[in-house]
Design a protein around this ligand. Structure first.
Ligand SMILES: Cc1cc2nc3c(=O)[nH]c(=O)nc-3n(C[C@H](O)[C@H](O)[C@H](O)COP(=O)(O)OP(=O)(O)OC[C@H]3O[C@@H](n4cnc5c(N)ncnc54)[C@H](O)[C@@H]3O)c2cc1C
Length: 274
């Protein structure tokens, strides 16, 4: 299908972009276009104004500062997935980015775009919640920082205001003695998660679990932190199979998935245990 007519704006600065978003009724930012353009083609959304972020310099980078990874919002999924720095310092995030769609989608789609799209079955949103990341946001008149746990409000709904643009994702690097992963059950190379689990586990000097952070994708209207499963693991040796199975049970209890084309709610709840 062909989208309804719209006016395309290509600002070259962030302040120009936020002003355009503020002053134009019914406008949307455009990043990689991998979610917005299909929605426009299907006419599920038909913004009158599109504000392309692609000409604004300085929004694509990955660097480490003061034990945090700073990732520009226009950094593509491929750049996140293949960054040696992200892989070394925050493996959960590189694994999540590497599981998005196919290579073409990862070449175009951006970390800011997938967070702002806020699909509850998205891979990176769950990872960002487990990692306790923060999002730096610029509005027309002010900047602010939003914690990942406060960013996702509902299905496809974030706490961004109309004139606000996400400029950076700031992720604490793994503490010492930590490991992490993102596991996804999907229907093929180019599909969202039937279920997904993002994890970061930190051990103490004796090999017991000092901290566990787990977040689930595909559970309900937003990514969900599986706090009851984390409580099961904390203070225990995570090599114990019964303990891991109990954590899986608790994660499943905290999920509230819907039946959809990817599977029944019952199947998804069962898969969270695995
Ligand atoms: C075939 C296919 C398969 C896919 N598979 C997966 C998958 O397996 N897992 C997965 O998680 N996702 C998947 N996706 C979605 C993909 O991750 C998109 O890249 C992502 O959802 C949107 O990123 P984008 O940069 O393309 O954003 P856009 O499509 O450009 O924008 C998405 C939304 O975010 C807003 N926005 C974008 N950037 C900003 C910003 N910086 N500040 C404020 N608002 C902003 C836009 O206004 C729009 O509402 C798939 C997409 C396709 C087409």
């Amino acid at each position: 299908m062909i989208p309804r007519p719209f006016e395309l704006h290509s600002p070259s600065t962030l302040s120009e972009a936020t002003l355009l978003l503020k002053n134009t009724d019914d406008s949307k930012a455009l990043a990689g276009g991998q979610s917005l353009v299909p929605l426009m083609k299907l006419r599920l959304v038909s913004p009158a104004h599109i504000v392309d972020l692609g000409k604004i310099p300085g929004l694509s980078y990955v660097r480490e500062e003061k034990s945090r990874l700073l990732i520009g919002s226009m950094t593509t999924h491929d750049e996140v997935a293949t960054s040696p720095l992200v892989n070394r310092r925050c493996r959960t995030l590189s694994e999540a980015a590497s599981r998005i769609g196919d290579q073409q989608v990862r070449n175009r789609g951006t970390i800011g775009g997938t967070l702002c799209h806020a699909d509850p079955a998205g891979d990176v949103p769950a990872a960002i919640v487990a990692l306790e990341a923060e999002l730096k946001v610029a509005g027309h008149r002010r900047k602010r920082v939003i914690k990942a746990k406060d960013f996702f409000q509902d299905m496809f709904t974030t706490s961004l205001r109309q004139d606000e643009i996400v400029t950076e994702v700031s992720v604490p690097v793994f503490p010492p003695r930590s490991g992490g992963a993102y596991l996804k059950l999907g229907r093929g190379a180019s599909d969202l998660a039937t279920v997904g689990v993002a994890a970061v586990i930190t051990l103490d000097g004796k090999g017991a679990c000092k901290d566990a952070r787990l977040a689930l994708a595909g559970v309900g209207s937003t990514p969900v932190r599986a706090t009851k499963a984390e409580d099961v693991l904390r203070g225990q040796k995570p090599s114990d199979d019964d303990l891991v199975a109990e954590a899986g049970e608790k994660a499943s209890e905290m999920s509230n998935p819907s039946s959809d084309i990817r599977g029944s709610a019952e199947y998804k709840r069962e898969m969270f245990k695995v």
